[in-house]
Design a protein around this ligand. Structure first.
Ligand SMILES: Nc1ncnc2c1ncn2[C@@H]1O[C@H](COP(=O)(O)OP(=O)(O)OP(=O)(O)O)[C@@H](O)[C@H]1O
Ligand SMILES: N[C@@H](CCO)C(=O)O
Length: 317
């Protein structure tokens, strides 16, 4: 996450007083991430994550995200539910923004995963999909395939400030992806953003799956494709050891069956994932507010991934 909204010690103490969590000891803004404002809060009893929802999360979607987290946690997945206050409320307003106090999970996210870590993370994704088979909540994917062309148009020719010719380059790939986009694969609740920084680990053990604020109802195998596009490359978008990609697919299949049709669709799903992240990064690159404590993510790292998937159509064989 990042820090877009500053929280004063006074308003944080008043906020915490609604909960049975002890008194404020310290609060530190977390600079990682790009979407919401996050603080690590320590009280006399425990540690918590305080999240203030910013640009892409609308308050009307919070009940979906929180019920999904409760469903997963109840089925033994390592996800952090929101903490209810003394009256049972989980969704609050703080400094004018929707806010939740979230259970803190231990572990660290890895920036250079090993194949064993990739396998464990994909097993956790498959396990989560198995749990979500009985989740009834529905939320359309606001950043799904039907939104990519409008998002490209919203970025417009300004994209060429990021790299000359970028707008036309993405438009061409988008045409090809949409022409092949599958319409017959299983649809379910998915995480849709399971990057290495959203997986907490201790060694090869998964201790936390976090950041469910893009969770939605979409093609289930797209979740694995998003993961492949995120885990199989370094921060600049250069491919890592191909064993990582193989470990992701094998790890997922360890805990949830992947049909032949889903396997066959992974290349186009991965190219779609590249376009999704390229576009949201490009939009943020061009529109991040001055003064926000945030490290913008490089859209071109996703162009390099897209190039790679286009030149390696047999990457999943
Ligand atoms: N429940 C949690 N327990 C422990 N640490 C957490 C928890 N939630 C968030 N964090 C910490 O806060 C950081 C940022 O959180 P998160 O990835 O959710 O932010 P974001 O802005 O949504 O990021 P992204 O760019 O991945 O969308 C994480 O890398 C992690 O260090
Ligand atoms: N995980 C995303 C940020 C959330 O949209 C990225 O790295 O671009």
């Amino acid at each position: 996450m990042a820090v877009y909204t500053q929280v004063s010690a006074e308003s944080l103490s008043a906020f915490l007083a609604k909960f049975d969590v002890g008194e404020l000891v310290s609060a530190k803004g977390i600079a990682e991430g790009v979407e919401n404002s996050n603080y690590l809060v320590e009280t006399t009893r425990d540690r918590f994550i305080l999240t203030l929802y910013e640009k892409r999360v609308s308050v009307g979607d919070l009940p979906f995200f929180l019920s999904l987290l409760d469903h997963l946690a109840a089925d033994g997945n390592p996800v952090p539910p929101a903490i209810p206050d003394r009256e049972g409320q989980t969704i609050h307003t703080l400094e004018g923004r929707p806010a939740c106090l979230i259970r803190f999970l231990s572990g660290v996210s890895v920036s250079h995963p090993t194949p064993a870590q990739a396998r464990a993370a994909a097993q956790a994704l498959g396990r989560m999909h198995a749990s979500l088979a009985t989740f009834e909540g529905v939320r359309a994917n606001g950043l799904g395939a039907s939104h990519w062309r409008p998002l490209l148009d919203q970025c417009g020719e300004s994209m060429n400030q990021i790299a000359p010719g970028l707008y036309d380059r993405v438009a061409r790939s988008l045409d090809a992806v949409l022409a092949d986009w599958p319409s017959d694969l299983a649809v379910a609740a998915i995480h849709a953003d399971l990057f290495p920084d959203n997986v907490l680990m201790l060694g090869d053990r998964i201790t936390g799956l976090i950041d469910f604020y893009f969770a939605c109802t979409d093609i289930r195998a797209y979740d694995l494709a998003v993961m492949h596009s995120a885990w199989g490359f370094d921060a600049q978008g250069n491919p890592l050891d191909p064993a990582i990609g193989r470990a992701l697919v094998a790890g997922y299949a360890d805990s949830f069956a992947l049909t032949p049709q889903e396997r066959a669709a992974l290349p186009v799903l991965a190219r779609g994932a590249c376009i999704r992240f390229l576009l949201t990064r490009a939009w943020d690159w061009l529109n991040t507010p001055a003064g926000a404590l945030v490290t913008r993510k490089d859209p071109l790292a996703y162009l390099r991934r897209l190039d790679w998937y286009e030149s390696n159509p047999k990457a999943f064989v």
